[in-house]
Design a protein around this ligand. Structure first.
Ligand code: FAD
Length: 494
């Protein structure tokens, strides 16, 4: 139930706020509309370091003015219609597990919470496609599929933190088995989306066609800036009959990258390849108890027993051929069993520690230089702050891989403005060094508010075209303003 909005006397804004609340309540029910400050703060918060730091310092999250929890696509439509009429922002929230400040509402408006849209609409066992509402979380949809011998095969580190299928698609997510099963963009078949000024569209029933440019993929990675994904159809896979684990050590990370390249360019398809540098292997040991530190590669193959046997044999031959030393299956198995352990309560890094995860992606040919340059700039340019750098490569493609690299500063400045400035300087150094050496901004965490400032550098003149698409699609700029570098809302009298 919403509270009376804070009064600012008899001003027009106060009157207007009351009017908007009443319209939202009429559209979706008073119990699903709130202006309570605690609700609004909770809606804005995510897992970005900045959000966690604000909470740690008892500072406010950039929050919306109204929170709504619609129960159907037609109610989402009504909310977007009201937002369009008043030209106020709409910031969609899935599970709030994002790390880029995507749920911040720096321009206020409506926080749109999808936690009531959790139905599984259909499991098409013939075509292996599941259709569900966007607010369903990973474990819930996975359980329903497992009961039928199927899997979504999308297990992000945030699997137990509430991440939703809408969030997977909106932020181009990936999971630990994405090397074989693909990222959200490969798994999505179709979406239903509410777009401004409040109408619902559905993309084609299949994702591969020659019927012009791809509307579906325009929504993938759009992070709520083009519309609200209310329902999605996703490819599912049969649960694997068998899993086989391998692990290897290497003299250095570059030998490990070459081994990964050999596996992928020989077109083998293990579900998991994780290559840790020495510092990250130490962290893994502390977190999950893997009994090895140094350059470490963990591999998992799955499918029929015959396929697993073939792939594990072929991969062992390739990796040993480029200098890898087999450590047997146990290290890989220990990692698999403990894979969510680093994300367990109390284990995740948290302020006052300062940290950031770049997750950039690049071609094989560019990866060694990117790793070296980023490690150097973080460790040398920020030596006075004791900055540490760790990295692993955990999503591999036929042409390259994702570098999940992190910085840590154990004792950042106590003053929030100074801490934020250092945080942003570290991000500038890491991202721009990556871009200069051929990397792409990031692989699967999305852009949000945090990385929006790099979009023009990333795309060059292409970014103007992207902005024009956004402006045509959403002329008032009300859909998640401030994200993806698309700037503030336009024409707003708010
Ligand atoms: C510890 C940890 C580990 C993580 N590991 C991974 C990982 O392995 N792989 C990975 O991909 N990500 C990972 N993430 C990041 C995050 O969990 C993913 O980006 C996830 O897909 C976000 O889903 P969500 O539902 O929580 O989205 P939210 O955080 O709610 O939203 C993220 C962005 O998407 C928009 N959005 C959400 N739902 C919709 C919708 N239905 N329609 C339109 N826009 C929408 C929001 O407005 C926001 O901009 C991790 C995060 C944490 C904290």
């Amino acid at each position: 139930m919403s509270q009376t909005p804070p009064s600012d006397g008899v001003s027009g804004t106060s009157y207007l706020r009351g009017q908007i609340v009443r319209e939202l309540e009429a559209a979706i029910g008073a119990e699903y509309v709130s202006t309570d400050a605690a609700d609004l703060q909770a809606q804005a918060a995510d897992w970005s370091w900045y959000s966690k730091y604000l909470a740690y310092k008892n500072l406010e999250q950039p929050a919306a003015d109204f929170m709504v929890r619609p129960g159907s696509t037609s109610e989402v439509e009504k909310v977007v219609r009201i937002a369009s009429d008043y030209r106020i922002p709409v910031t969609t929230r899935g599970g709030g597990s994002g790390t880029q400040g995507g749920t911040f509402a720096p321009y206020g408006g409506i926080a749109l919470d999808l936690s009531r849209l959790t139905e599984i609409v259909d499991i098409d066992e013939e075509s292996l496609i599941v259709t569900a509402q966007a607010g369903i979380d990973g474990p819930t949809i996975e359980k329903a599929l497992n009961d039928k011998g199927l899997t979504l095969a999308h297990y992000p580190g945030s699997y137990h933190l509430g991440a939703t299928i809408g969030g997977f698609i909106a932020a181009r997510g990936s999971g630990v088995v994405s090397t074989k099963y693909g990222k959200a963009e490969d798994q999505v078949i179709a979406v239903e989306v509410v777009v401004p000024p409040g109408r619902t569209i559905t993309t084609l029933p299949v994702p591969s066609h020659a019927a012009g440019p791809d509307l579906l993929q325009t929504f993938v990675g759009s992070e709520g800036t083009l519309g609200v994904i209310t329902q999605a159809s996703l490819r599912v896979d049969p649960l694997p009959e068998a899993r086989g684990f391998l692990s290897f050590s290497f003299p250095d990370i570059f030998a490990g990258i070459e081994a990964g390249r050999q596996i992928m360019t020989h077109r083998l398809r293990p579900a998991v390849i994780r290559l840790y540098d020495e510092a990250d292997s130490q962290k893994l040991k502390d977190w999950v108890g893997t009994p090895f530190t140094g350059t470490l590669m963990v591999i998992m193959c799955d499918g029929t027993q015959e396929l697993v046997d073939y792939e594990t044999r072929a991969i062992t031959a390739l990796v040993e051929g480029v200098g890898g030393t087999s450590l047997g299956p146990d290290v890989g198995h220990t990692w698999w069993e403990g894979k969510y352990e680093p994300y367990a309560k109390g284990k995740l890094p948290q302020p006052p520690l300062m940290y950031g995860t770049f997750d950039q992606v690049a071609r094989f040919a560019d990866l060694p230089a990117i790793y070296s340059a980023k490690k150097k700039i973080i460790e040398e340019e920020f030596a006075q702050y004791g900055a540490r750098y760790t990295a692993h490569l955990s999503h591999w493609y036929p042409w390259g891989a994702m570098l999940y690299d992190r910085f840590y500063v154990d004792e950042p400045p106590a003053d929030p403005a100074e801490a934020m400035a250092l945080h942003d300087r570290l991000w500038d150094a890491g991202i721009l060094t990556g871009l200069e050496n051929g990397a792409v901004l990031n692989d699967h965490h999305g852009v949000g508010i945090k990385l929006g400032r790099f979009m023009r550098t990333q795309y060059g003149d292409g970014f103007d075209l992207m902005r024009q698409v956004k402006e045509t699609w959403d002329p008032d700029g009300i859909m998640n303003p401030g994200k993806l570098g698309f700037g503030p809302p336009r024409n707003s009298k708010w």
